[in-house]
Design a protein around this ligand. Structure first.
Ligand SMILES: C[S@@+](CC[C@H](N)C(=O)[O-])C[C@H]1O[C@@H](n2cnc3c(N)ncnc32)[C@H](O)[C@@H]1O
Length: 261
């Protein structure tokens, strides 16, 4: 029988740092794969799950300078799929949430490479939970918005209408928002969000080195700058922050995560 031209690429979510937050399916695929392509926020411990013969390739990005352009990552995946039957493309959190997973999946599909997505636990839910903050609470409202604060570098992305978001939803969970925080906060307040709204920032949410602060929206920028917060961080804004249950937060995992500048 003729061998398939390409193997399968599994687009796998690694979760938000704590290796214990990997799904069972992701763990099995890592143990079985022939090639692994991974990002900056993937914990080192997960790389140890692969076999000795597995071919591993780093394609991580750092803010401001892409260590590997997206087009190169795409072609690496096709090349590896041409050589191996099981290729894992491991991405931080969930591959389809602010992770370019859909772009990679479409590229592979277009070239006739079979691709399967394996959802992961996203930072926007897990990181708040690691300080005991529930992203929804019946008393805090009925909507929550996951939004990226990382705008401007890739002009093809539509700009976020922060003023509209200020009144359109009950809570925000902002990914990649630190560098734009001043602008985001002033737009939200201009859009009608009360300056006294509760907010919080968590850096390196699920691992050692976790840092956390809480402030009113109007003080958030100053507090974040004073405490020198860095990426990766999740920013939480809204009444839901007040429903924190300190005692339920898990202990951060004893693993390290790179700080991204
Ligand atoms: C490119 S996005 C990828 C998001 C990922 N796909 C997900 O579902 O979590 C990277 C951003 O996720 C957030 N992030 C990921 N892991 C984090 C962690 N352990 N602590 C805090 N923020 C984290 C940060 O905002 C970071 O800049």
């Amino acid at each position: 029988m003729k061998k398939a031209k390409y193997g399968t690429v599994y687009l796998v979510g690694a979760g938000p740092g704590d290796p214990d937050l990997l799904t069972v399916k992701a763990q099995r695929l890592l143990q079985e794969c022939d090639a692994l392509v991974y990002d900056s926020l993937v914990p080192q411990e997960l790389l140890e799950l692969v076999s000795e013969s597995c071919r591993c390739q780093f394609v991580g990005k750092r803010r401001g300078h892409h260590s590997v352009p997206q087009s190169k990552t795409n072609s690496v995946l096709v090349d590896l799929a041409a050589q191996y039957s099981r290729v894992v493309r491991l991405k931080g959190g969930d591959p389809f949430l602010f992770g370019r997973g859909a772009e990679e999946a479409a590229y592979l599909e277009h070239r006739g490479v079979k691709v399967e997505v394996v959802p992961g636990i996203t930072a926007g839910i897990a990181v708040p939970a690691y300080v005991g903050i529930p992203v929804t609470h019946r008393m805090a409202g009925s909507s929550i918005t996951f939004v990226t604060g990382h705008e401007g570098i890739d002009k093809r992305r539509p700009l976020v209408n922060w003023r509209a978001l200020a009144i359109a939803c009950d809570g925000l969970v902002i990914y990649m928002g630190l560098h734009n925080l001043d602008y985001i906060v002033s737009e939200l307040i201009a859009g009608g969000l009360s300056p006294s709204t509760s907010s919080a920032v968590v850096q390196q949410g699920t691992v050692i080195g976790q840092r956390y602060l809480k402030a009113s929206l109007c003080d958030l920028v100053e507090e974040v700058q004073k405490a020198n917060f860095a990426s990766p961080s999740i920013i939480m804004i809204g009444n839901y922050v007040n429903y924190q249950v300190d005692s339920c937060s898990p202990k951060p995992a004893n693993v390290t995560m790179p700080i991204l500048f």
